[in-house]
Ligand binder design. Structure first.
Ligand code: AMP
Length: 294
């Protein structure tokens, strides 16, 4: 990504209050325009930009949000040091033709304090396994902030990355269960040339960790191919993938599992679509990734 000269006028309007977003939304409604929404935590990379491009293609007006949501971080997690690069993000969004960005502070999102906010609790079978198991409360934080953002922006369409596959399922279910009139569009994971999924957290990787981080994706692909070709049963392929990753020094594998690609139910045998997902810590950097067989 090439940044435009800092003197180039910005095309993206910065909205820092709920009221300002409401006015912006009203103008789109009056103009009969379809609004596409891309929620993010900032520190934008090509993965985020591909969501914005998809929104730009499908919608008349595009709004993103940048909010590092404290409600989805546990006390020991990286909320305080999560990368915040707003000026650069704004330039990138401007280059992508994003019309507006909602950039609230915590008080705007949680005026009564986040501890006492009404929470959205996604169903246990979706939200308490995998990421939810290792990050208790994470999906309550995500579902709550996404429901709030949806109600503030009132978009016709919202764009989410497959990189966070379980989150995508949780958001789809939220929209379904709460009858929100929003089309949720998944966008494929954007990767580095060596396969590492782009993530705002990749900046935490040391040079050494960055070198073997692509092994995560390589293992996922290997498991997928072994199970899809019938070379091994799904469980045997997963078990081999787990033991290969556990044998690596510096990799702390948290899970490597398969789920049905649509229902997210556990599956005993390979079937289409299947998603294979993992989380691993490389020293202190926690990475997640997945591949989908369709
Ligand atoms: P985040 O800023 O990490 O909360 O991510 C905001 C959105 O960007 C979510 O819908 C993510 O799934 C999506 N996203 C993050 N990384 C990628 C990637 N490498 N490829 C595609 N989408 C991504």
């Amino acid at each position: 990504m090439v940044l435009e000269n800092a003197m180039t006028p910005l095309k993206t309007q910065v909205l820092d209050s709920v009221d300002a977003v409401r006015l912006w939304r009203r103008a789109a409604t009056v103009a009969g325009e379809r609004v596409g929404f891309v929620p993010t935590m900032g520190a934008l990379h090509e993965g985020h930009l591909s969501l914005m491009r998809a929104a730009r293609k499908e919608c008349d007006r595009v709004i993103a949000s940048i909010f590092v949501n404290p409600l989805q971080f546990a006390p020991h997690e990286d909320f305080g040091k999560y990368p915040r690069t707003f000026d650069r993000d704004l330039q990138l969004m401007s280059q992508e033709g994003v019309d507006a960005v909602f950039y609230p502070n915590e008080k705007e999102m949680y005026p009564e304090g986040r501890e006492s906010v009404t929470r959205v609790v996604p169903p246990s079978e979706l939200a308490d396994c995998l990421e939810g198991h290792f990050r208790p409360g994470f999906f309550v934080g995500v579902a709550t902030v996404v429901a709030k953002l949806f109600n503030i922006v009132l978009p016709e369409a919202a764009f989410f990355g497959e990189k966070d596959y379980q989150q995508l399922q949780v958001v789809k279910r939220l929209v379904h269960d709460l009858n929100l009139p929003i089309q949720v569009t998944p966008v494929a994971t954007v990767r580095e040339k060596d396969g590492l999924a782009l993530s705002s957290r990749n900046v935490y990787l040391s040079e050494e960790e960055r070198k073997f981080a692509p092994l995560l994706h390589r293992t996922l692909n290997w498991v997928k191919e072994a199970a899809q070709s019938g070379e091994l049963s799904l469980e045997a392929a997963l078990e081999k993938g787990r033991s290969d990753l556990r044998a690596l020094e510096g990799v702390d594998l948290q899970y490597l599992e398969a789920r049905h690609g649509e229902t997210f139910q556990p599956i005993a045998q390979f079937e289409l679509p299947t998603v294979i997902l993992l989380a691993a810590k490389l020293k202190n950097v926690r990475l997640i990734d997945n591949v989908v067989a369709r």
